[in-house]
Design a protein around this ligand. Structure first.
Ligand code: ZN
Length: 166
């Protein structure tokens, strides 16, 4: 199963979504996630195109310096992923709940969320998780996902954050 531990830029970041300029080693870029139906897609922008007109609808965004010559561990930092997780907390769609659950597991592996308990609510079970750093508690619906479903979701997480699915 894909476990996302190390951040590395994959080779999918190529050019600006706004002006199609090709990125080079060392380019400052802004990446943003947009909702597209049930999924999220990532778009990358050069500094000039990263304006409110382009990014207004973005669900989440972050800045990075592109490095193709050496692996970068902090292309997407944990705060970005955490913010994304928090925003998904409010999404009612089932597909977003799956994503939310997978991100929760990832943040637990990174020790950014601590397991507190399981709460049962009818047929549903919620993981109660705590962020010591943000001093907040979260309830995450537990999803009953098969291994192929988990793999697919991990791949989607890897794709939107531009990190290898490993
Ligand atoms: Zn551009």
């Amino acid at each position: 199963m894909a476990i996302i531990e190390d951040w590395q830029i994959n080779d999918k970041i190529e050019s600006c979504h706004g002006c199609a300029t090709r990125f080079e080693d060392g380019s400052d870029i802004v990446s943003a996630l947009f909702e597209q139906g049930e999924a999220f897609i990532r778009r990358d922008y050069c500094s000039a195109c990263a304006n409110p007109e382009q990014l207004g609808e973005a669900f989440s965004q972050w800045r990075a310096k592109l490095s193709v010559s050496k692996p970068v561990k902090t292309f997407v930092d944990n705060e970005v992923i955490f913010d994304f997780f928090e925003r998904l907390q409010e999404s009612p769609e089932p597909s977003k709940k799956d994503f939310h659950y997978v991100l929760a597991l990832m943040l637990m592996r990174k020790r950014l969320l601590k397991f507190v308990s399981i709460e049962k609510d009818g047929d549903n079970a919620y993981m109660v998780l705590r962020s010591p750093r943000r001093d907040k508690t979260y309830r995450v619906l537990e999803r009953r996902l098969s291994t192929p479903e988990m793999d697919a979701l991990n791949d989607e997480v890897a794709k939107v954050f531009a990190i290898p699915a490993s």
